[in-house]
Ligand binder design. Sequence first.
Ligand code: FES
Length: 187
Amino acid sequence: MPKLTLHPSGQVLEINENLNVLDRLREEEIYVRSSCGGTGSCSDCMIKVLSGDDNLSDPPFEEIQLLGNVFHLTKERLACQLKISGDVTIDISHHNIGTDQERREKKNKEFIKSKIKVKKKSQVDAEHVEREKEREERMKEREEWKGHWKKEDDPMNPKRLGGGKRPKLFKSVEQEELEKKDDDSEK
Ligand code: FES
């Protein structure tokens, strides 16, 4: 069975040719960063190949999309996409659970800080006074509106509902002609 040597610990693992490097390391509870769960979409599980280039599986499309086709220069591969058919040494020194946790906690703290806005007591008090004023004004308006028709009820000047205009009397054509004649005679 092919042997996988880990740098810097020097630990040697036997690995089945059908198993990818990330899964093998997980079996041994060796930490390698990963946020996509091994689907080849985050590039967090990147490792560096120190020796055994000829024993590596070809990078699949997802890996080439993330890392490009420059393995001969960078020697970087995705552990979740890499299988080996012979002895290989890889460097996993930058996968450090302690630093990763620290970084995550720092990020969380910054996120929480950016979301929570702490108000000063004076600010809160001022807002409270303002809100109370608005509430009182609303209540006052409501009281004024209640029975507003009664307040306008002046016995000396009663409110006339319905316009207060008398309807015009209906005049027949004859009547109109008579009135016209009367007017003419007065002139
Ligand atoms: S674990 Fe995300 S790319 Fe490998």
